[in-house]
Design a protein around this ligand. Structure first.
Ligand SMILES: Cc1ncc(COP(=O)(O)O)c(C=O)c1O
Length: 106
């Protein structure tokens, strides 16, 4: 990783070497680094996953805190399992940890 998240050349090399079925990424406000991928990095990552035929598990737990960030799921919906959560964002802002709620879209 660098300050923009996963490094495309490293991801590509890992995909070629290990041929994973899926990759887990937190593109927006990565925990614990807080790195958020710019759109250009997301497009590179999407192309690498598509080319290597790798599924994506996108953890967007902090997505609501960066409403302008484009989920990878919208770039490669055909190969993404998108996981959202309310507890990390809404609770911090509104509910004071009184609600735990999550969702997966595939
Ligand atoms: C990136 C990430 N995804 C998921 C979670 C878990 O979220 P929840 O408590 O809503 O299950 C956390 C919690 O720290 C997190 O940092």
């Amino acid at each position: 990783m660098d300050e923009h998240g996963v490094v495309p050349t490293a991801l590509d090399a890992a995909c070629r070497r290990h041929a994973p079925k899926a990759v887990y990424l937190v593109p927006t406000i990565h925990n614990p680094t807080t790195a958020t991928m710019p759109l250009s990095r997301r497009e590179e990552v999407a192309e690498i996953l598509r080319r290597n035929d790798v599924l994506l598990l996108e953890d967007d737990a902090y997505g609501p805190l960066e409403p302008d960030a484009v989920p990878l799921a919208s770039l490669i919906p055909e190969r993404t399992y998108f996981m959202a959560s309310l507890s990390k964002c809404e609770s911090a802002i509104i509910l004071n940890h009184s609600l735990t709620c999550g969702a997966v879209d595939s």
